[in-house]
Ligand binder design. Structure first.
Ligand code: 13P
Length: 259
């Protein structure tokens, strides 16, 4: 059985002092309630990464560290950008690719998403490809085709080694930060669809996450009833207790399956 994955995308929140505090709190929660079946990853802003990787290492906090974005190029005259080798050097193991906020607010095209996933995985970073439709697309009944197109455009042309580093996160834009998560039926339909499309692109084993207003109250039901392999959490990852509770809900579900 695949291990579950719960990632906390902090977005543009928490400075490095707050970040260190949160990770230390996660360390305490983890020693009180270890998660046997769940990989936990925090995804802080760039400026927090060094402090967070240091605390994770020195205090042995059982979480991975990811970045929110990366430039597809390795170095050069790209003011304000960060490359995959720079992230690797910091001990960062994964990166979000094509989050809808970057696609919408920072004009990240499908082509740039594909180049970014290529570069990240070529440098050994686990790439978390974010896909998901707007409300207009869903209301027009186009959500399955829309997400299939996003997947094909980003995943075609990856080598076998690169494909092993890919996770897919389904985040419907209308559910992000709204307090209104997708229903378990909606998540199940899309998760099954993503697995079919991913298999046709030789990614049958990729983990599929759901993101969009996940919290400690709804996480258990979604993971139990929809077939996702975990969550990409925004707002509820900014407090140690609520984030760890989501991990616990997923862990309980997986522990039930294992027995
Ligand atoms: P919320 O959990 O705040 O809805 O954010 C989801 C998200 O965008 C995670 O990447």
């Amino acid at each position: 059985m695949k291990r579950a994955l719960v990632m906390g995308n902090w977005k543009m929140n928490l400075d490095y002092v707050e970040a260190v505090h949160l990770v230390q709190q996660l360390g305490v929660l983890a020693s009180n309630r270890p998660l046997d079946h769940v990989d936990v990853v925090v995804v802080p802003p760039f400026v927090d990464l060094r402090s967070v990787t240091s605390v994770v290492e020195s205090e042995r906090v059982p979480v991975g560290v990811g970045a929110q974005h990366v430039n597809p190029l390795e170095s050069g005259a790209h003011t304000g950008e960060i490359s995959a080798p720079m992230l690797r050097r910091l001990g960062v193991a994964s990166v979000l690719v094509g989050h809808s906020e970057r696609r919408q607010m920072y004009s990240m095209s499908d082509d740039v998403v594909a180049q970014t996933l290529q570069a990240a995985t070529r440098h050994g970073l686990a790439g978390v490809l974010c896909v998901g439709e707007s409300l207009d697309v869903r209301e027009a009944g186009q959500h399955l085709d829309y997400v299939a197109d996003q997947l094909r455009s980003a995943l075609e042309g990856l080598s076998d080694t690169q494909r092993e580093l890919v996770t897919i996160a389904y985040e419907p834009i209308w559910a992000i930060g709204t307090g209104l998560s997708a229903s378990t039926d909606q998540v199940r339909e899309m998760t099954e669809h993503i697995r079919v499309v991913a298999s046709s692109l030789s990614l049958a084993n990729a983990r599929v996450l759901y993101g969009g207003s996940v919290n400690a109250e709804n996480a258990g039901a979604i993971v139990r009833e929809s077939g996702v392999d975990g969550f990409l959490v925004g707002g509820a990852s900014l407090k140690a207790e609520s984030f760890w509770s989501i991990g616990e809900a997923v862990d309980d579900c997986y522990a039930g399956r294992a027995t």
